[in-house]
Design a protein around this ligand. Sequence first.
Ligand code: PSU
Ligand code: MN
Length: 314
Amino acid sequence: MRESLRDIVSIREDVRSALAAGLPVIALESTIIAHGMPYPRNVETALQAEATARAAGVLAATVGILDGRVRVGLTRDEIETLARADDVIKVSRRDFAFAVAEGRTGATTVCGTMLAAGLAGIPVFATGGIGGVHRGAEQSLDISADLLELARTPVIVVSAGAKAILDLPKTLEYLETQGVPVVGYRTGSFPAFYSCESDLPLDLRADSPEQIAALYRTHRALGLSQGILVANPVPREHEVPREAMEGHIRRALQDLESQGISGKAVTPFLLARIVELSGGRALETNVQLLLSNVRLAGEVAWALSREGGVGRTA
Ligand code: PSU
Ligand code: MN
């Protein structure tokens, strides 16, 4: 039996018609719901992200896999399911076919969500922070599949940079090697997720959503197939300064090692531990930077649709 894409991917009706009409749509991920934040803050945040998009006149399609079906545009109940169930697979590119073939329920990472957004024809995606090259990668070779997906799927990913738990210089080097444009939004330095800036300069900068939309169009017109990473610093009033974060990160990394955690459990463990160590402050920052990214992604989606039809990804 040959399965067609339609048998596997369900695009919610309102999302489908918005895309057909060239109206602005953004994709949202679900790993942040299932593995990135504690219950019930995860559900509240996911719904708040969708409401923030709506307030900006943009439709948000949260992506996930329910009982083996890829859903582009989850319902409230489906978001609740992903947030509560404890057997939700963290779905990256390599897990995608497995989750579908086995009829499983899964939350998509940045990598998995880009893949689904590309299939659905949604060119803009808002997340918190992408995965990247881990500290100590010269030993562990732990490099997030998010970076490889950015190298192969032409979706604009609006983020607050890469998570500060990572090796940020190596993450930028890797993206450069893979030909992924990294664009600072109103900044000349790579944001460090919880903090507005790092000491790492960026070569590309945009000061308006229209500039990002124009860059994407040109990128596609040239036949370039990489994604574009937009690095949007967390709003200043919500940042945790780097010196304050660094202590928590070092401690969390020590705990990671002493507990012998590896593989896909690494990032969820570190994020949860840092929330604990910061007395919840890191969680607040994480929520706020996500909402800020949703607003910017919405503006970029508007800019793309104004210029006549959305920039198709396929
Ligand atoms: N950023 C957050 N919270 C998260 C993640 C990123 O603020 O939960 C998730 C994203 O889904 C990202 C994933 O794609 O962590 C990266 O995991 P890994 O390092 O295992 O590739
Ligand atoms: Mn990893």
